[in-house]
Design a protein around this ligand. Structure first.
Ligand SMILES: [Zn+2]
Length: 331
């Protein structure tokens, strides 16, 4: 039987299940829960830990359909409007608060009211222009430029920043249609500074950042342009996506490895390695519409943490190396 504390969250799959004292008011009934996910805020009772993914999927779908009148007092799962927004993205839906009270709860998570939302397909939202920013080494630049055009179905522009001496404000290569622009700047061992330099080259109000060994499907790219519209409407400035680490093609246990790479242009990153955007978590949310694929080899995994450890002692997070070396497991 899976241990509750190390079990994966049935929604975001993080090993973030913790005991909780959170409660939810549904109609005039106060419901209490055993556990909450520290990543997405899902509330759950013990039996959910033992359900298979199909059964939890049914429960999550029913959360999207519920109103306070339909909530069961003994329901196994619960959520406020902040978490419902994330659940909805799993089904490519956009959740909007059903009342001004729910709107207030969305801006001030985690709330004490059961979520009540209006839901529409994300596809029906007007897309917002999103720039794709790619960081790469000098060696990787050629292959990045060959594949950049693949993103033209959804990206407003592609900006590539190469780790090479240069003035990043000067474009040294541009495609004939202006869709792809390339600049250079020395990384100098500081990933946050490099991401901020890339962000500064963006002409769109939002940028999605990838590394040269990462990619996303065109379907997810299209959804990102709608998620940004939802975020702008609701005052969110940063969206996190799961990263699927594929080591020699196999999904590693380091999952969901959340990456907040879709940010408003004015948001900056901090941290020499394992950099993160600087913003209150309440202004961010996790989207479950797809994953960033991260292509690694076993040799690269063996070296990666050691390189990070040299850049920032303690920053290598050597435990991650072990999770990268294990195959993914649901339990
Ligand atoms: Zn979760």
């Amino acid at each position: 039987m899976p241990d509750a504390i190390t079990a994966r969250c049935p929604l975001c799959h993080a090993r973030g299940i913790e005991p909780t004292v959170r409660t939810l008011l549904s109609g005039n009934v106060v419901r209490s829960f055993d556990y909450a996910c520290s990543h997405c805020g899902l509330l759950l009772n013990e039996p959910v830990i033992r359900l298979d993914p199909l059964q939890t999927d049914v429960l999550l779908r029913s959360l999207c359909a519920q109103t306070s009148a339909t909530v069961q007092a003994d329901a196994l799962l619960g959520c406020d409007i902040y978490t419902l927004r994330t659940i909805a993205t799993r089904f490519n839906l956009a959740a909007s608060p059903a009342s001004t009270t729910q709107l207030h709860q969305l801006a001030n998570p985690h709330g004490t009211l059961s979520a009540e939302a209006h839901l529409v397909p994300l596809e029906t939202l007007t897309p917002t222009p999103v720039a794709l920013g790619i960081l790469c080494s000098d060696r990787e630049a050629g292959s990045v430029l060959q594949t950049a055009a693949l993103y033209s179905s959804w990206a407003a522009e592609v900006v590539v920043l190469v780790d090479r001496a240069g003035d990043p404000s000067k474009t040294w290569q541009e495609s004939s249609d202006g869709f792809v622009r390339v600049s250079s700047r020395l990384l100098s061992g500081n990933f946050a500074d490099q991401r901020n330099a890339l962000q500064a080259l963006c002409r769109s109000s939002w940028m999605f950042q990838l590394d040269a060994d990462e990619d996303v499907s065109p379907e997810l790219g299209n959804i990102l342009t709608r998620l940004v519209t939802l975020a702008d409407r609701q005052g969110a400035v940063s969206i996190g996506l799961a990263r699927e680490n594929l080591v020699d093609g196999q999904r590693a246990d380091l999952y969901p490895d959340l990456q907040y790479r879709l940010n408003r242009r004015d948001i900056s990153y901090e941290g020499i390695v394992h950099e993160r955007p600087t913003r209150a978590w309440q202004k961010s949310f996790i989207a479950l519409s797809g994953v960033i694929r991260h292509h690694l080899t076993a040799d690269r995994v063996a070296n990666r943490s050691k390189i990070y450890e040299r850049l920032q002692p303690g920053g290598g997070r050597l435990f991650e190396e072990h999770a990268l070396q294990r195959s993914f497991s649901f339990v």
